[in-house]
Design a protein around this ligand. Structure first.
Ligand code: MSP
Length: 627
């Protein structure tokens, strides 16, 4: 098929309640991927929308004493604007399943499958989970409840149309076996193979007794099962049976991005529908993890849903997007806390990126009168250019693999390397010593690193790239990914200093600091001298899995590298510590923490919940004594 459009979808959301940041998570991720592909010059079709039929919505509307359409319409409007608008969601099409264009496609497909004997009439007897809109047989229930969501199920016995999944079971299995990238991550692929191997029963694809749905053609007592209706949206939006040119260019979809709980619908029912229609299957179904509150999935029914609009009001679009995209490796579950959002913003955006910009522009102002120096290539060490080239490739690879948080980690590696480069090269000393060529090269490299970062960040953040570029003296918006190549920009610009990119957020949740404790009993100098306090540099830092507070650090104490387990996870992200100097108690007896031998302790000031590491004000040799 002459596919020339990169087609990505999100699930279409139920407008049964306002959406929460779990829904925003999928949509922002899809948006970043869509923006990335556009930046690479590809034609993109990015589709999201709303799944408006079904028993759940019908009941909600009855309870509110309005028609289902009256019930959903304001929610749908709210999703479009302000929700997706403020989050910068650049969808190309927003599909509502109540649209005429969609009903036509669903009915045409139903009729065709009926004509070819894939859909037949029978009687369904079993269970139904209304919130999930899913059927269950007795044997699958767990303690009489829905095995997916744990909520009560309802007994259903009615005449129904059935879709012959069983007929396609072997073909689907072969397809999954021969297309290892079709279902991702690989853990979901295994789950689906097991599910198929347990045997596929024919699926009930119509309901009687509810009216809110697309009628079965020629049998208006039945409405088409809401999942059959909803999955078809991916074809409707691609122009199936309506606009052949659009459809030929877009189909098959490149990525269906979905939460892990609905992979089953997308990796079993949906491909079988497509097989039955003789259509190519999507390239990838990616099932990402959940945002959790504590140990539970965030959700309206659990009453723990976080309102994205409140977060946007409080923090602005880019911190929220950055947090959603960066915090959790895409695919895994991750806990949401407002503290971690604040920490991410403060550490990565305000501190690392914001400071790099303000330090760089301040030095170009002071030493070069706002003029970006020209590179003297023969005299350049090429260090930042090298890192930038690596990062350029890593971001590209990570985005192709849908490892969105890895892409951001790579970009911030360049930011951190550039900050460290300032500490190493000490431009102020170069200025004092009159080393103009080297000074110019260092400042150019810092400026150029920031310019590269402004291009690389374009798919992820909405306002920051342009604000960053304005201060760098760049007016044109970023047009292509290749602009992130080192040296792409012609030289000879002037910077325009401005406000800090991200003001530090003071944690609203932080308790006021407790009053300082009264000074304890006095000790002698000898007592104090028993403590061997040393400066050390952090070489590695990682979280200790399964703990909330602990980080495992490898520090260089001037003599050797030692491992220290420290309870600072709530106050520091591990990557930010690498390269930092700290003060350690070097002669503390080793102790085992969570199976790891910790050889010493880090000094930190404690201000209620927040810990602040103690460090020398300027860099000193590792092993320097603190006395
Ligand atoms: N209408 C169906 C999907 C039909 S697609 C053909 C549906 N809708 S939903 O409103 O319940 O949205 C489910 C999707 O929202 C999940 O698949 C996931 O993408 C997202 N999330 C909802 N809660 C979430 C979390 N707590 N964490 C991460 N994503 C979450 O199912």
């Amino acid at each position: 098929m002459g596919q020339s459009v990169w087609y990505i979808t999100t699930p279409i959301y139920y407008p049964s309640d306002n959406l929460h940041i779990g829904h925003a998570y999928t949509t922002v991720a899809a948006d970043a991927l869509a923006r990335f592909h556009r930046l690479k010059g590809e034609r993109v079709l990015f589709v999201t929308g709303t799944d408006e039929h079904g028993q759940k919505i019908q009941r909600k509307a009855e309870a509110a004493q309005v028609t289902p359409l009256e019930f959903v319409t304001p929610i749908v409007q709210f999703i479009q604007d302000p929700l997706w608008k403020r989050l910068g969601i650049s969808y190309d099409d927003f599909i509502r399943t109540t649209e005429e264009r969609h009903a036509k496609v669903v009915q045409a497909i139903f009729r065709r499958l009926q004509d070819q004997g894939d859909i037949y009439k029978g009687v369904y007897e079993g269970w139904y989970c209304v919130p999930d809109e899913s059927y269950w047989t007795e044997s699958k229930l767990v303690d009489g409840k829905c095995p997916d969501c744990g909520r009560p199920v309802e007994r259903v016995r009615q005449e129904s149309y059935f879709f012959r999944l069983s007929r396609y079971q072997d073909r689907l299995r072969d397809y999954i076996e021969t297309h290892p990238d079709f279902i991702q991550p690989v853990s979901r692929r295994h789950e689906m193979l097991n599910f198929i191997d347990a045997g596929l029963e024919d699926l009930s694809v119509s309901r009687t007794g509810i009216q809110w749905g697309i009628p079965v053609p020629g049998d208006p007592d039945h409405v088409i099962y809401v999942w059959f209706d909803a999955l078809t949206n991916y074809l409707t939006a691609a122009g199936y049976l309506a606009d052949d040119e659009r459809f030929q260019a877009a189909w098959p979809a490149n990525v269906h991005l979905v939460g892990k709980e609905i992979v089953r619908f997308h990796a079993v029912i949906w491909p079988i529908m497509l097989l039955a229609l003789d259509l190519p299957l999507p390239e990838r179904v990616f099932g990402h993890g959940w945002l959790l509150i504590g140990q539970s999935k965030m959700g309206k029914s659990l009453g723990n849903a976080v309102d994205p609009i409140a977060l946007l009001d409080r923090y602005g679009v880019d911190p929220v997007r950055y947090y959603l995209l960066r915090e959790v490796p895409f695919g895994a579950d991750g806990s949401y806390t407002e503290e971690s959002l604040i920490l991410r913003t403060n550490v990565d955006l305000a501190n690392d990126l914001g400071n790099l910009l303000s330090r760089t522009t301040a030095m170009i102002h002071r030493f070069c009168d706002d003029e970006v120096p020209t590179l003297v290539a023969e005299a350049d060490d090429g260090e930042l250019a090298r890192v930038a080239a690596e990062v350029y490739r890593e971001v590209d690879e990570a985005m192709e693999a849908l490892s969105i948080s890895d892409a951001l980690t790579a970009i911030f590696r360049l930011v951190r390397r550039a900050n460290k480069y300032i500490d190493e090269e000490k431009p102020w000393d170069l200025a004092r010593a009159g080393e103009r060529v080297r000074l110019g090269n260092v400042l150019y490299s810092l400026w150029e690193s920031l310019r590269v970062v402004s291009v690389l960040l374009t798919p992820f953040l909405i306002e920051t790239p342009a604000r960053l570029r304005a201060q760098l003296g760049l007016d044109a918006p970023v047009a292509h990914y290749r602009e992130a190549l080192w040296g792409y920009q012609p030289q000879g610009l002037r910077i325009r200093r401005g406000d800090p990119l991200f003001p530090r957020i003071e944690s609203p949740a932080a308790a006021p600091p407790p009053p300082p404790e009264a000074v304890s009993s006095l000790i002698s100098l000898e007592d104090f001298q028993k403590l061997d306090l040393r400066v050390a540099t952090v070489r590695e830092a990682a979280v200790v899995e399964g703990t909330e507070k602990l980080l495992r650090l490898v520090v260089d104490d001037g003599v050797r590298e030692r491992t220290i387990v420290s309870g600072i996870r709530r106050s520091y992200v591990p990557e930010a510590l690498v390269g930092q100097q700290v003060v350690i108690v070097a002669n503390l007896k080793p102790a085992k923490l969570r199976g790891i031998v910790s050889e010493g302790m880090l000094l930190a000031a404690s201000d209620g919940e927040t810990l602040s590491l103690v460090a020398p004000l300027s860099r000193v040799a590792e092993g320097a004594r603190v006395k």
